[in-house]
Design a protein around this ligand. Structure first.
Ligand SMILES: Cc1cc2nc3c(=O)[nH]c(=O)nc-3n(C[C@H](O)[C@H](O)[C@H](O)COP(=O)(O)O)c2cc1C
Ligand code: SF4
Length: 444
């Protein structure tokens, strides 16, 4: 299920819930699609610098996880040409499936957003790097790109404006690390998908050694609204501080009555999202824990969760991060040791192995948590878990190590008593049988 609470606006999911055919060019046009591009290219609504200025005014921040201001990032693009735009559609963070909805249900909005972004960046060629498992979304996007070429929105002379714009779709092969922008660039170039040391940043030396802007699907699709109505109109949706603007997609999974992707304005209370949009907790069970921004961000308890507004500042004030908007809701009865074990298994598996603290650290902390969940852990294990995770942070080429350390430290900090019960009782107090037959990784 996917829908916006902002009916009547040209936002990201501007079509009725469950509507058919929203991915076609005809449907997109009936919703005002490509009108911003026509106004920019045919009527000269903006110069490239003028559109970049609107993106800065909009306050749009990258929706891929880090929340870096998009206009500011664009202004770092080196002057050398050719330059490239890369759309990051790798979307592999556990709990995050919002880009998928844009690719499947509204792919033309991404295509239009990319062409407008190419215009603002004075670049001609964009790549979309889509995770390999997204076979159906790739088909939809591929069809939309073809339609856009046929309709003259892409090609050598777009809308007769004498400008060439091209988009190439590139399929990944199912590695989480290829979502990290420099790992993605290496993979796009045909190399091993391992992150590069920064600096130089992609805006200076990116794909094929040329200046490159990497942006998330949702970020680029949001540019359509900005080009259509202006940066200030986009920023009408804002939180109290005004530092988080626009609308944001949240993919909600876990113990809720109606999981799905919801578009809400920045600053929307989590409590309302849970109780009104998602229909409350599954079978009315009490909330126990929340991961608000995808698996990498610190977990919070129920009391804290209910105070969180869905924006960058409120999440930070409550000890977590907005991240990619992957909302994972956990009800009473969830074993938090098991929850951490599942996450760490993923990070250990996905570490690319270049940095020792990540390659070894993710394995060590995973094995400790496995032991604790199996009822074979000691109190020393708990201290070691925290110490190793702490030592992984901020010492590696990319932030995958941090992405494993933050959930580890926060699970232990917030739910320490539960970890201790596993040690003292010598078993999982929630009746978990571990290791289970389906997940036999390397033994502790
Ligand atoms: C391990 C790792 C995985 C990432 N995966 C993704 C991803 O799947 N999609 C994404 O947009 N950004 C991902 N990022 C963030 C990108 O490196 C980059 O910051 C982002 O694509 C920039 O786009 P934005 O400014 O529009 O957010 C990941 C980062 C790391 C460290
Ligand atoms: S932190 Fe991990 S995933 Fe990132 S470059 Fe180092 S080893 Fe690879």
């Amino acid at each position: 299920m996917a829908y916006t609470i902002l009916d009547g606006h040209k936002t990201l999911l501007n079509f009725p819930r469950g509507a058919e055919g929203t991915w076609t060019l005809d449907s997109y046009r009936t919703r005002g699609g490509y009108s911003a591009l026509e106004a920019v290219l045919r009527e000269g609504r903006y110069t490239p610098a003028g559109l970049l200025d609107q993106v800065k005014k909009s306050g749009l921040r990258g929706r891929g996880g880090a929340g870096f201001p998009t206009g500011l990032k664009w202004s770092f693009l080196a002057k050398q040409r050719p330059a490239y735009l890369v759309c990051n559609a790798d979307e592999s963070e556990p709990g995050t499936f919002k880009d998928r909805v844009i690719l499947e249900e509204n792919p033309h909005q991404l295509v239009e957003g990319m062409i407008l972004s190419l215009f603002a960046l004075e670049a001609e060629h964009g790549y979309v790097y889509v995770r390999g498992e997204y076979v159906h979304p790739q088909k939809r996007l591929d069809a939309a790109i073809r339609e856009a070429y046929e309709a003259g929105y892409l090609g050598e002379d777009v809308l007769g404006a004498g400008r060439a714009y091209h988009i190439t779709l590139h399929s990944g092969a199912g590695a989480y690390i290829c979502g990290e922008e420099t790992g993605l660039i290496n993979s796009l170039e045909g190399r091993k998908g391992q992150p590069r040391l920064k600096p130089p940043f992609p805006a200076v030396i990116g794909v094929f050694n040329k200046p490159t802007i990497v942006n998330n699907v949702e970020t680029l699709a949001s540019v359509c609204s900005i080009a259509e109505f202006g940066g200030e109109a986009y920023a009408q949706w804002r939180n109290e501080s005004g530092k988080s603007t626009g609308t944001k997609l949240f993919s909600v999974s876990g113990h809720v009555e109606r999981p799905g992707v919801y578009e809400v304005p920045m600053g929307y209370p989590f409590k309302r999202l849970l109780e009104e949009e998602c229909g409350g907790m599954l079978n009315g069970m009490p909330l126990k824990a929340l991961i608000v921004g995808g698996s990498s961000v610190p977990v919070v308890d129920a009391e804290t969760a209910m105070k969180i507004d869905l924006d960058y500042e409120s999440c930070a004030a409550h000890g977590t991060l907005l991240g990619s908007g992957g909302v994972i809701v956990m009800g009473e009865g969830t074993c938090m040791v098991r929850s951490l074990e599942v996450l760490l298994r993923f990070y250990h598996h996905e570490s690319c192995g270049q940095c020792t603290p990540c390659r070894e650290g993710t394995g060590w902390i995973h094995r400790i948590v496995r032991r604790v969940e199996a009822g074979q852990g000691t109190m020393v294990d708990l201290d070691e878990l925290y110490r190793i995770a702490d030592n992984m942070e901020g010492k590696t080429i990319c932030t995958l190590a941090d992405a494993a350390a933050w959930p580890a430290k926060s699970h232990l900090r917030v739910f320490r008593q539960e970890f201790e019960r596993h040690v003292h009782e010598g078993r999982c107090p929630f009746g978990g049988r571990f290791p289970d037959p389906f997940h036999l990784g390397p033994q502790a």
